[in-house]
Design a protein. Structure first.
Length: 245
């Protein structure tokens, strides 16, 4: 799989350990383009590599720019869209912000080109001037009473969201539809009848109950088959022979 077409830009980061954690967060999500608006000599490479664990490659390939807004401009020169991450909005800080999911979808559906996500200083975030250099803002939803995220955590959230948008793999499952629910209920109802539960009353209510609970449960096809087989086996044990299916 090709790396995610998005550069991660750290503007004036202070803690070398945070940079190492960012490297690890990026590599786990196949995002390999790290750019730092800061001087390489200002960081402790040993601490970076210690926290990067096996993601030192991201640090090795990182590009560095002057630690000012001119450096940020240079770091984004080849990017077609630049998203600044911020939790503070206002007159001079963009009028609105995308969620990570909205940004990833926008990037996936836009014409091809390199994008960038900019993260500000750990303590102060992006300045108004830095955010002004960005095309748009991205807000990561968080607890209003404690909204500040660790730098590497914010990078992990953004890179994970981008990764899931770009990797192309179908995850999760497709719940069975109404037609399959009806056939499943008929199968289970038939086996329950063969067991002898409905010799007197209650069959109609049980069918209704099964239909409703199976619909709410949203079984996958494999789960539906397994449950059908379970009732099928119970009917077999009760009757000593395999009932007609």
């Amino acid at each position: 799989m090709n790396p995610i077409p998005c550069a991660i830009i750290l503007s004036r980061p202070e803690d070398s350990r945070n940079i190492g954690s960012v490297c690890r967060a990026m590599m786990t999500m196949n995002c390999m383009d790290l750019r730092i608006v800061g001087r390489k000599d200002d960081y402790d490479e040993k601490q970076v590599r210690m926290l990067a664990v096996h993601a030192g490659e991201v640090w090795d390939r990182a590009r560095f720019f002057d630690p000012d807004t001119g450096g940020l401009t240079a770091a984004t020169e080849d990017c077609s869209i630049v998203a600044g991450t911020t939790r503070r909005m206002g007159q001079w800080r963009k009028s609105w912000g995308m969620t990570p999911e909205q940004f990833a979808r926008h990037l996936k559906e836009s014409p091809s080109g390199l994008a960038a996500v900019v993260f500000g200083n750990e303590r102060t975030g992006l300045t108004d001037e830095e955010l002004d250099r960005c095309s748009l803002a991205v807000n990561i939803p968080s607890n209003p009473a404690f909204p500040s995220l660790n730098l590497s955590h914010a990078v992990q959230i953004m890179t994970y969201t981008l990764f899931t948008a770009f990797d192309g793999k179908k995850r999760g499952y497709r719940p069975i539809d109404q037609a399959r629910i009806r056939s499943m209920v008929e199968s289970i109802d038939g086996d329950i009848d063969r067991i002898g539960l409905f010799k007197r009353v209650g069959r109609e209510d049980n069918v209704r109950f099964l239909s409703e609970i199976i619909a709410r449960t949203a079984f996958s096809e494999s789960e539906a088959k397994r449950l059908e087989e379970l009732f099928h086996r119970m009917a077999w044990i009760k009757n000593g022979s395999v009932p007609d299916k």
